[in-house]
Design a protein. Structure first.
Length: 192
């Protein structure tokens, strides 16, 4: 059965001081891209405690928060992606909390470090929906409503993919990132 909700991880492929981290001139690479590991290794050499990237959220095949990868002028600067974060590990930790609680709470904040907007998942009468707000709680965007089952399934698939990417590759995280706890939780999930 096709899950109408998908959450896919992308890692940054660009550091302003270094330029592109691979021979692909894209700001972000999906973690299943052959050069994503190389980009992530270089990011962690540069940042150590954070793995910048973004989460692409699709509902029924349509991207929920469209990527804003626009050249703003010299030097090359990029407009942020609505779901961009300075640390995809923290974002996946937020999603993993939803799995641990089996989606019982009425609202969940998804930690997107380094951006001004706030992403949350709210429980509605007929299911759940993503809500993007600014610092003043103004709604910038909201998704269609989807079921708890689709939410939990999409999180399980996405977190497993991210866990496999971080454990099978040669990524060396700093001590501050808390990756050990997340990877332990993901390992438990993979064993279930």
């Amino acid at each position: 059965m096709k899950i109408p909700l998908e959450i896919k991880t992308f890692v940054s492929n660009h550091i302003p001081e270094w330029g592109y981290l691979s021979n692909v001139e894209e700001s972000y690479l999906p973690i299943d891209h052959p050069l994503a590991e190389m980009a992530a290794v270089k990011l962690l050499e540069y940042e150590e405690d954070y793995l910048p990237g973004y989460l692409e959220i699709k509902i029924n095949g349509e991207v929920l928060f469209e990527r804003k990868d626009i050249k703003l002028g010299p030097p090359m600067e990029l407009a942020p992606v609505d779901t961009e974060t300075d640390d995809v590990v923290s974002a996946w930790s937020s999603f993993l909390r939803i799995l641990h609680k089996n989606g019982r709470d009425t609202s969940y904040n998804i930690e997107l470090i380094g951006i001004m907007d706030n992403l949350s998942i709210s429980k509605e009468k007929k299911g759940y929906q993503f809500v993007l707000t600014d610092d003043y709680e103004n709604i910038l965007s909201e998704s269609d409503v989807f079921s708890k089952e689709h939410l939990l399934a999409a999180i399980a698939v996405g977190v497993k993919q991210f866990g496999e990417f971080t454990t099978k590759n040669t990524l060396k995280f700093g001590k501050e990132i808390g990756i050990e706890i997340l990877l332990s939780d993901i390992k438990d999930l993979l064993n279930d």
